[in-house]
Design a protein. Structure first.
Length: 224
């Protein structure tokens, strides 16, 4: 692969996907947080408003996820989910495409944990494969990295969500991009709002996981 222009970290979920894009040549990082409108509480919206004060943090609101809990015929339910996967992944591609077109790009996307089970895990896998397929159509190179390897980049392979965020906030890895990161500084400034006694707000979980996905890919590149 020729010299990279952009690296991208993705923490993919059906309701709260997050993408972090680093312009390598200009050393600029942009954060993109996607939210389903109907999944947000009043408190969530207040926190998002605070985060939007940071100029490199952008919010994209997704359409309401279709309700398939009602008595709908099985095949019809699956078609509805497939359509939603198309809509969601199209929005993601449309959002990041202007940043990546005509450049050398390497995307790091977090794969699935070996312990993933149940219908929700199966749905997540299906949605993510749709997204991967669209990356290939765009000729964007991507690598799928295990959750454990990404956690190791943040500190340890068994970190939970709180640990991942703590590592970001405290810059436990002494990452140069975090030293002057406006998003990090803003969260620290409003720490008492974003964290209660036991954990951080869900609103920042995925975007920080996306950051560590990007950093893991960067780590792999530097080792080559």
């Amino acid at each position: 692969m020729s010299e990279l222009d952009f690296t991208v970290g993705i923490d993919f979920s059906i309701n709260y996907p997050a993408i972090v894009i680093k312009n390598i040549r200009e050393n600029i990082i942009n954060y993109f947080a996607f939210f389903r409108n109907n999944k947000l509480t009043k408190k969530d919206r207040e926190l998002i408003t605070i985060l939007e004060q940071v100029n490199n943090y952008k919010v994209i609101y997704l359409p309401e996820r279709p309700d398939v809990s009602k008595k709908i015929e099985y095949s019809e339910k699956e078609k509805i989910k497939s359509k939603d996967a198309e809509v969601l992944t199209d929005i993601i591609i449309k959002t990041i495409k202007p940043y990546l077109d005509d450049f050398n790009v390497l995307i790091s996307i977090e794969g699935f944990s070996f312990g993933s089970r149940g219908s929700s895990a199966i749905e997540l896998i299906g949605y993510q494969y749709v997204l991967r397929s669209k990356f290939m159509k765009e000729d964007w190179v991507f690598e799928v990295n295990s959750p454990m390897s990404i956690k190791k980049t943040a500190g340890k392979g068994n970190l939970d969500k709180t640990g991942m965020i703590d590592s970001y906030i405290n810059n436990n890895t002494n990452d140069k991009d975090l030293n002057n990161c406006n998003l990090r500084k803003h969260i620290i400034k409003n720490r008492e709002i974003f964290r209660n006694r036991t954990k951080w707000s869900k609103i920042i979980e995925d975007i920080i996981d996306g950051f560590w996905a990007l950093k893991h890919q960067e780590e792999k590149i530097n080792k080559k």
